[in-house]
Design a protein. Structure first.
Length: 370
């Protein structure tokens, strides 16, 4: 029978992701509306968001964090175009976004000394093959495959190259050993449920040294430029953004950060995401028609949780449409390039109670289209 109770919040999109519990647009401060982002107020609000981000993430002394244009994509492109090319590169990819970085490195930057390690959706390539005399590029969490890097112990601490980590659907939800990371990017519309259009770039001292000692041979667009007269443009990492940000989106980001702080900081957010994954694991264990795309629990994402179903692709589409029509779940279809299935966001902004309410609806929708 059709369930009678629906999730209080049926938003399970993997990006932009669900707003935090209790969120209200009306509660956002309006102090910056109509003001310049270069005013003393604008710079202070940007600086506050930078400092709170660094505090919650536990960045080591000397690490820089800045707000940059064009979401995680812009941040990662900015890093690749500015720093790759000095050394050979190893690239690890196992889903759509990682494969996109492979394409950019080979076909846009046209680097010659590149080794590509790829795996199918649901699997992880052999990270032990990384050569840390080279630069190493990878994603922390495969947003479209539901596969995460289980830890960063495979990264050499005495590496000569830099590590470039796209962490957009993993940061604030998974442990990060910052001593192993030189360049990290994310966008706050993922794990924090913020608004789109802005990226965050984190640089280690070694990455700053690369920026100040190496100039790529290709033209550099203005929004990618991080140095002035051969030195790091430190203003970017203190609130003087390269181009005009939405200050309303920055206030929204601050709201999300303050919420994370209120639930116990990073560890509280990680615990909520892991608890949400456990809800789905119990559900899958008791059914034979649904399974995780990532069969190995050690590499299974706790944010973008991907499933394969014993249905034809058109039946899965029907199931997703039915759930949306009923207002039980929005935006849970697999990513367009991924195998047919479901993708349900289980990050910290999602309540476990909403996932529990969703489960009977998944059973009902499956039986309805089978």
């Amino acid at each position: 029978m059709k369930p009678s109770v629906k999730p209080a919040n049926p938003n399970f999109s993997s990006g932009p992701c669900s707003k935090r519990p209790g969120y209200s647009l009306a509660d956002l401060p309006q102090r910056c509306l109509g003001r310049s982002h270069r005013s003393s107020l604008g710079k202070q609000v940007l600086a506050d968001s930078i400092e709170l981000s660094k505090e919650i993430l536990g960045l080591p002394e000397g690490y820089q964090l800045g707000i940059v244009p064009a979401s995680d994509t812009g941040a990662f492109e900015m890093a690749m175009w500015s720093m790759l090319g000095e050394r050979p590169v190893d690239v690890f990819a196992w889903e759509s976004f990682g494969s996109g970085w492979v394409t950019d490195i080979l076909k846009q930057l046209k680097l010659k000394e590149v080794e590509v390690y790829q795996a199918d959706y649901g699997e992880l390539p052999d990270l032990g093959l990384a050569n840390f005399d080279k630069d190493v590029v990878f994603t922390l969490n495969g947003t479209t495959s539901g596969v995460k890097v289980p830890d960063l112990d495979w990264i050499a601490e005495d590496r000569k190259g830099l590590t470039f980590c796209d962490a957009t659907s993993g940061v604030f939800a998974m442990e990060v050993d910052w001593s192993r990371i030189d360049v990290c990017t994310y966008s706050w519309q993922k794990v924090l449920g913020g608004e789109g259009g802005h990226g965050v770039l984190i640089l280690s001292p070694r990455a700053v040294q690369r920026l100040e000692s190496y100039s790529p041979p290709w033209p550099m667009p203005k929004i990618f430029r991080m140095t002035k007269s051969g030195k790091l443009n430190e203003g970017i990492f203190k609130g003087a953004t390269i181009n005009t940000p939405s200050m309303l989106c920055v206030e929204d980001y601050l709201d999300a950060l303050q919420w994370v702080h209120s639930i116990g900081g990073l560890q509280g957010a990680i615990a909520r995401s892991r608890s949400n994954l456990a809800v789905m694991e119990r559900f899958v264990e008791q059914r034979d028609w649904i399974d995780f795309l990532a069969e190995d629990a050690a590499v299974r994402s706790s944010t973008s949780v991907c499933f394969k179903l014993s249905l034809e692709a058109d039946q899965v589409k029907q199931m997703v449409k039915l759930l949306e029509q009923e207002g039980a779940a929005y935006d849970i279809d697999a990513y367009r390039d991924a195998p047919s299935g479901l993708r349900i966001w289980c990050g910290a902004t999602v309540e476990a109670s909403d996932l529990e309410s969703l489960l009977p609806w998944l059973d009902w929708a499956y039986e309805s289209v089978k």
